[in-house]
Design a protein around this ligand. Sequence first.
Ligand SMILES: *Cc1c(COP(=O)(O)O)cnc(C)c1O
Length: 405
Amino acid sequence: MSIYERYGVKPVINAAGTKTRLGGGSMAPEVLQAMIEASQRSVDMAALQAAASRVIARLTGAEAGYVTSGAAAALTLGAAACITGSDPVKIDRLPHTDGMPNEIVLFRLHRNSYDHAWRAAGARLVEVGVDDRVARSGVRSIEPWEIEAAIGERTIAVAYVAGAAASPPLEDFVRVAHAHNLPVLVDAAGELPPEENLRRFIAAGADLVAFSGGKAIGGPQATGVLCGRRDLIQAVLLNHLDMDMDLAVWDPPEDLLPRNLLAALPRHGIGRGFKVGKEEIIGLLVALERFAGGAWQDTLDARRELANDIVQELDGVEGVDASLIETAWYPRVSIRFTAAEAAERAYRSLLDGDPGIALDPSDVHTGSLMVNTGTIALADGSEVTSTVGAVCRRTAAAPLVDGES
Ligand SMILES: *Cc1c(COP(=O)(O)O)cnc(C)c1O
């Protein structure tokens, strides 16, 4: 019996990718072992974050770094840092920003469900730009003067979502923001691999970059990485760390938190609710070093073979068209049903099976399901192949019965 069944919950085989709603993927034994070891001893969390900062700086080329409880938390903390700096009065006031500069300028097409994380710090999003290419109404996208025109006395940062459809160049945003002495915040949560992207946005001039620790990095599901300018990372720390400390008996790590920054110690800040455990910081660091060293590629061939097996299994099945899709991470299999409604039935049938198999239903509205091989335990590979084959064959063939949905 699995630990989940002990508590009355049915686990699923994750063939959907590192989805947060499924609890993400699994961690390498080396990462888990490090977390077990970390849990056996306590440690000064500021010193641990300072050590994390050195590792993250080395791997990203940034001045400093910080481990957060996810990329979304990194966005909130980054926005908070831009609003408050190291001012304990402002840190104390968040998320209320009345009378304080609090505007983040961003491209209208970069708006997405995660930008709530920036707003959660008390920031107000100012949308700019028009995209005729996406609207298919013309040939122009956002232009630098449009970003410039939105910048005013209340602006604290310019934001950029990496990898968004039709992304205009980050460099345009950096040039305009830096001309106004404003930082550029980049949401690059899902932009790994390639490993080079750890450095790419910092190299392009970004001031804070957020990555998810629970996606391809393979760290604990509730971790993220924030890297960038030292003064901003210091402000992140002041908004985040537990502040129940008498300064008379605490020596903060000099390289991350010089004592002169601490004329007054802030109260617990807005980030106190996003705390990160020592085990998670260590797990993230071990996973990040493994990822940067290319360890994820060790199973690339096996996962491509699995994807090919699934395509093969579905070859010739009436009403189903399967194809392998290469991505920057592991290969996926797209399963398109001729009768679009069959995709929904196949999805439910697989999930309800024993064991349940969760496919990625992102394109179910177009009659497609996706198998993401990246989160399937390789030992489950042949079971996934045969079950997906059987269910697709049955679902694609069965006409919809009255009353069934
Ligand atoms: C996944 C994702 C996030 C959130 O990352 P977490 O680590 O789950 O908090 C934020 N932004 C984008 C664009 C993402 O894809």
